[in-house]
Design a binder for this molecule. Structure first.
Ligand code: ATR
Length: 272
């Protein structure tokens, strides 16, 4: 029987992960199946346990279970520990190894696919939920000159800035007036509701890249705003999705798939 993997979430029907991992498996000649696993909101642990009991080898974890998966793990990677959220589980006997590949996915998409240089540049990250906290450490490792973190609710940015010992600066959206950034990343869930964070005009420096971790049909409200503000480069989160999957695939199978053709395939489907 092929090794079994799945993405667990609620909702999960929309997830593109099965398609991505099937493409990676074909490309690398790996014998595996990858399904969608819908867990009731109050039954993450029971659903994950049942999957393990029937031989499941690993899970990707999506909303709203990334925090619960963190607590479910018996061994945490450094990345999972710093994010306090988990998107990848690997099962090996009694061991539940947990990692967070979201940040590496974002950085790989920025650096390799989009040719973005982060070192020495000014970054603005918007949002202070699980999506934001998962990408802070890998972004910091790229050694930006400035790292500002903005959120609608200021208490959350302050506590995140404290947990990263002052390596980032907690700011309110209104305090960004008059400042400029080379990379602006939207890690809020605002695009889901067709909204955008209350950014003042003029935050995009010359040559700036605007990155929305969300993706979907059409431009997100944040990317539309960035375009109207003259941002030089716009990117949605589809590349990050494929790159975080490639990193999970590597954890499970020890092989690095080529993400480029898979990203291209997904972009074509999106345009259809
Ligand atoms: P996730 O795990 O996707 O990060 P989350 O933990 O619910 O989800 O966090 C959502 C983030 O999007 C929060 O930072 C939230 O801001 P608040 O902390 O102030 O609630 C942010 N967010 C959601 N809608 C927003 C909007 N319309 N404008 C600005 N920020 C928004």
């Amino acid at each position: 029987m092929p090794d079994q993997y799945a993405v667990i979430g609620n909702p999960v029907a929309h997830s593109k992960s099965p398609l991505i991992h099937a493409a990676f498996a074909r490309q690398t000649g790996q014998d595996l199946v990858y399904e969608r696993l819908l867990a009731p909101k109050d039954a993450f642990v029971a659903t994950a346990n049942a999957f393990r009991a029937r031989g499941g080898r690993g899970l990707n974890v999506t909303l709203p279970f990334k925090g619960e998966a963190f607590r479910y793990a018996t061994v945490l990677s450094e990345r999972a520990r710093s994010a306090q959220a988990v998107n990848t589980l690997k099962f090996d006997g009694d061991v539940i190894f947990a990692d967070n590949t979201d940040g590496a996915g974002l950085v790989n998409d920025l650096v390799r696919n989009l040719g973005c240089v982060i070192a020495g540049r000014r970054i603005l990250l918007m949002g202070a939920g699980g999506a934001a906290s998962g990408v802070i450490e890998p972004l910091l490792q790229q050694q930006p000159a400035q790292f500002a973190l903005a959120n609608r609710t200021p208490e959350k940015t302050q506590s995140l800035a404290q947990s990263f010992r002052g390596a980032l600066e907690a700011v309110s959206y209104s305090a960004l007036a008059g400042r400029q950034f080379d990379l602006v990343v939207n890690a809020t869930s605002a695009s889901l509701a067709g909204e955008l964070p209350q950014l003042p005009p003029g935050v995009f420096a010359r040559g700036a890249l605007a990155y929305d971790m969300m993706y979907g049909r059409g431009e997100t409200p944040f990317l539309a705003f960035a375009r109207s503000e003259g941002a030089a480069q716009l990117a949605d989160g589809l590349g990050m999705l494929v790159e975080q999957a490639a990193e999970s695939f590597y954890i499970w199978r020890g092989l690095r798939p080529d993400s480029a053709p898979v990203l291209q395939q997904l972009r074509q489907m999106k345009d259809d």
